[in-house]
Ligand binder design. Structure first.
Ligand code: HEC
Ligand code: HEC
Length: 266
């Protein structure tokens, strides 16, 4: 019962009520479709359950935690053969031979988790983003290319944006530009290294273990260090990407950039 303390009484009542609905309805063992798919409350309830039960391994945003090697769950629906029913099965039974545990939740609770993961799941931008491609290219070259590659050109402090619209919704992309620190991509976590001689380097963590750390520094050079040579490793919360408020890039400017990025996808 301990999890209901995190979970909240309102959520519990909701789960209880939908559980009765399911119990009196179709048998759930053979259920292929998420019976809560159309219910927006399920996403919210599943989100709280996820943060209480799954976030220690998969991260609060479901994007995975590198050290634990728990996968990014926002990408799984992009793979062939992954369905709500298969995700239900994994949550219920766990993955034998890995640390992904089985769970004894009620069916209704598992379905709320499925609803949440489905909503957090990455869907590309299916519609064409209205904008001016030429202008977008210009804005991209002036504001973004120093850090981001598109095709064969551009920097590599940030991720390659060539086919990013296949993997991210328009809203998610706008959010990344307006507010980069809200969700920081894996392998781009900011870090500051302080050396014994007081030297300082900023960069993003590419890999790390107990004895060493590999980073891309802010000059976009990959560098590895033994931790014994460091005075301190400071993990940052602020993305190395500056945020672009409306005073710098208007909504129209952003749509131009996104239209340009969409024109480059494979
Ligand atoms: C103790 C750590 C841990 C916890 C807690 C945990 N997971 Fe996992 N999970 C993993 C790992 C590790 C894997 C990858 C296992 C493998 O493929 O070998 C995984 C895999 C998965 C997968 C399959 C991903 C894919 O790409 O196919 C799903 C779905 C999933 N977890 C959902 C959940 C949900 C929902 C919860 C909470 C109810 C949860 N997990 C709790 C560690 C955990
Ligand atoms: C100083 C370097 C820098 C500049 C300039 C910069 N970015 Fe970034 N960007 C990053 C870094 C580092 C990340 C990864 C960390 C994060 O997610 O915030 C990132 C992440 C992103 C992401 C998220 C990618 C994903 O996988 O979800 C998008 C989208 C993005 N940038 C677009 C832009 C656009 C568009 C511009 C120009 C308007 C821009 N960036 C300018 C460094 C930069």
């Amino acid at each position: 019962m301990a999890r209901y303390f995190y979970f909240g009484v309102k959520n519990l009542l909701f789960v209880t009520s939908i559980f009765c609905g399911i119990a009196f309805g179709q048998s759930s063992a053979a259920q292929e479709m998420n019976p809560l798919a159309a219910d927006p409350r399920a996403v919210r309830v599943g989100g709280s359950l996820f943060r209480a039960q799954c976030a220690t391994c998969h991260g609060a945003d479901a994007k995975g935690i590198e050290d634990i090697e728990a996968p990014d769950l926002t990408l799984m629906y992009l793979r062939d053969g992954v369905t709500d029913a298969s995700v239900f099965q994994i949550i219920r039974e766990g993955i034998p031979g890995s640390i992904m545990p089985p769970h004894t939740f009620s069916d209704a609770e598992v379905w709320t988790l499925v609803s949440y993961l489905r909503s957090a799941g990455i869907v590309g931008t299916s519609t064409t983003i209205e904008g001016n491609t030429e202008r977008g290219l210009l804005l991209f070259n002036n504001n973004c290319a120093q850090c981001h590659r598109v095709g064969v050109r551009g920097g590599s402090l940030g991720p390659d944006l060539s086919s990013i619209t296949n993997r991210r919704s328009q809203d998610a992309l706008i959010n990344s530009i307006r507010n980069p620190s809200a969700t920081i991509s894996r392998r781009y976590k900011p870090v500051t290294l302080i050396f014994q001689n007081d030297g300082i380097i900023h960069g993003t963590i590419k890999s790390e273990d107990a004895f060493s750390i590999q980073i891309m520094d802010s000059n976009q050079v990959l560098r590895g260090f033994r931790k014994s040579l460091l005075q301190e490793v400071i993990y940052g919360e602020l993305s190395l990407m500056p945020s672009f408020p409306a005073s710098v890039l208007s909504d129209g400017d952003i749509n131009d950039v996104l239209n340009f990025l969409q024109s480059t996808r494979q």
